[in-house]
Design a protein around this ligand. Structure first.
Ligand code: SAM
Length: 290
């Protein structure tokens, strides 16, 4: 049996709505229908959602519009679950773009499962995909890594972790950390081609592609404003593997015999043991070892 929602007859359930990342007209017709018909609305930022609804002529009527974000999630979840248990349709939107993409929403999902109502996604804009389509960097494989840590040490470690991933790397970044991030990326990944996308879909939209060093110099001289996505092309994978292998073997040799280092590194990197053994022998000989 389908239970009808109180307002516009939407099937009860939890609706995740993607909203524009700049241009208010980048909203789907389906998202507008759901905003018009849902029994209850929840948003990371209620003012932004209210404004979006006003722009599109959707009245709130007597429906609740509740704030749901990282700081009040624990308190709000039982209340939102209550609405689902009453057979209502609940629509959630984050401040901009797609919920859960570097935004809240993830902890809402179990509610739908617990109550046994459908979870429905109304897809739409997200800065990561918008930036990918503009960067000119390969889109066949990409790794979205969200925001990097704020401190340089932790940021470099996070960059090292993705340094051998054979894919375009995509990060969200703040304007005040952009130059430091580009410099750390150059240190850890080499001077790869990269794109900085700024203010996507907005009046001062800009996409600039250049090697990391040039982008760092440009934004050092002309500080960036607004919202930013950084995309970094994949490195020369054969070179990465070579450097990576040599570093790993050198590190292993500090505490292990040639034999053990070869066993350890070949297992760790999933490569054949024989060339690793030969490399370990060569490095030991170069370093004057026995
Ligand atoms: N949920 C959003 C999405 O689907 O893209 C992302 C939210 S996250 C809190 C905000 C970050 O996304 C910004 O700091 C920026 O890095 C990126 N971003 C969002 N809108 C953007 C835009 N119009 N232009 C460039 N980057 C944007």
């Amino acid at each position: 049996m389908t239970i009808e929602g109180k307002n516009g007859g939407l099937t009860p359930g939890l609706y995740l709505l993607a909203t524009p990342i700049g241009n208010a007209r980048d909203i789907t017709l389906r998202a507008l229908d759901i905003l018009r018909d849902a029994d209850v609305l929840a948003a990371e930022d209620t003012r932004s959602l209210r404004r979006l609804m006003e722009i599109h002529g959707i009245a709130l009527r007597d429906r609740p519009l509740l704030a749901y974000h990282d700081h009040n999630g624990a308190k709000m979840r039982p209340r939102l679950q209550g609405f689902l248990e009453q057979g209502m349709s609940l629509a959630y939107a984050s401040e901009a773009g797609t919920p859960m993409i570097s935004d809240p929403g993830f902890d809402l999902l179990p509610l739908a499962q617990e109550v046994g109502v459908p979870l429905i996604s109304a897809p739409g804009p997200s800065a990561v995909v918008t930036a990918l389509t503009l960067s000119g960097l390969p889109t066949d494989r990409f790794l979205f890594a969200g925001f990097l840590p704020n401190t340089s040490g932790a940021r470099k470690k996070a960059l090292q972790e993705v340094s051998t991933v054979p894919a375009t790397l995509v990060f969200y970044e703040s304007p005040k950390r952009l130059v430091a991030m580009l410099r750390d990326a150059q240190d850890m990944l080499g001077d790869r081609p990269a794109t900085v996308c700024r203010e996507l879909t907005k009046k001062f939209e800009e996409s600039r592609t250049a090697p990391l060093s040039e982008l760092a110099a440009h934004y050092d001289a002309t500080p960036a404003k607004g919202e930013i996505v950084v995309l970094i092309g994949k490195g020369d994978s054969a070179k990465i593997r070579e450097i990576d292998l040599e570093t790993e073997v050198e590190q292993a040799l500090q505490t292990m015999s040639v034999r053990d280092a070869a066993d350890y590194v070949s297992a760790r990197l999933g490569v054949k043991r024989r060339p690793v053994y030969q490399l370990a022998m060569r490095l030991t000989a170069q370093n004057g070892g026995d």
